[in-house]
Design a protein around this ligand. Sequence first.
Ligand code: SF4
Length: 442
Amino acid sequence: MATALARPKRVGMVSLGCPKALVDSERILTRLRADGYALSSDYAGADVVIVNTCGFLDSAKAESLEAIGEAVAENGRVIVTGCMGAEAETIRARFPEVLAVTGPQQYEAVVGAVHAAAPQPAQPFVDLVPEAGLKLTPRHTSYLKISEGCNHRCSFCIIPRLRGRLESRRPDAILREAEKLVAAGTRELVVISQDTSAYGRDLRHERFGAGGLRAHITDLARALGQLGAWVRLHYVYPYAHVDALVELMAEGLILPYLDIPFQHAHPRVLKAMRRPADEARVLDRIAAWRRLVPDLAIRSTFIAGFPGETEAEFQHLLDWLDEARLDRVGCFAYEPVAGADANALPDPVPEEVRRERRDRLMARAAEMSARRLAAKVGRTIEVLVDAADGADGGGATARSKWDAPEIDGRVLLRDAPHARPGDILTVRIEDADAFDLYGVPC
Ligand code: SF4
């Protein structure tokens, strides 16, 4: 006689914030799936809802509180985790009905709270977790978190307070996870952390595992580059050993892509920001990197209107950008995040000036991006397909090696009826605008 299985409890997940938070959500769901929980894509079908929050900027906090409010209203059984979990009192004061509040990376605590809120009926069988764990991103792209926390103390940032000091994962464990992901269909590994170039310092760059892999970003990137997937690095600071990463790009082992959050270019502002590495003299380094890897794409983010920033210092930043010719640029108007040391600095810049400077910087960045993309028209390049319209439309949305998922541009393809997500195609670039390229398969 067949044994009737009790319906497994269902968990809903609202994941806010950066790719690092997304990886946390994936880990939590993977653990819950292993414990026999099913997932629910809507509030109505969930026995409990986890809201993974972001607390980096005040605007992100507001968005997190709004998401918690919605989950409470729609479902009522809510567990809060993530960066805002460090502000449990604020959350509890506003939403006393929330079942549990845990901080970032407290996977065990979140899983424990789910077990308490929605105990699983006794099951003779549970679903097996897919070999690669559960993913919230498309199967062909996977984020790979290599460390957590940060040893710097940038004056505008509260991440070290929220997430603690640098804690690197063992390199052999990272490599094992990457191998599983590639075996499960990942074509692109996106390496993330708060400070990728500092990876392994806390482990004194020792060797781990049977293969003796060194806990150092150069060794790790080389090992990842041999798995056959695209390897993209985010949040790299221009320390001296970044030159070795650029050599790996020249060898074709990792993508010619560097995401370096410069934040500013004026030496006085950089000092007031307490930024790591000497970013003021980085133009020579960029020129040297481009000599070695002419196709190198550099993405960066900046803060406009940092306390005390004068118009002349902002102009210095714009002039620096003209020389640096970065490929992708994001810019935030300075936000006085509660708890950040920079809020105590003299001469805060009025909000309308901060916004106006951000808009000027973004206009300059759009011109720069348009010029750099126009230079790619006529070239034949490889792209990774993210989405396809199917045989009828014949169009597809893809990305080049110079474009990270979600934050950079796209390559929009025509006449690609056979393209499928995850395919790597060779295409000819026919046109460009300020952010995207347009092409056709060869
Ligand atoms: S390097 Fe600076 S901005 Fe980045 S996480 Fe660390 S303290 Fe924050």
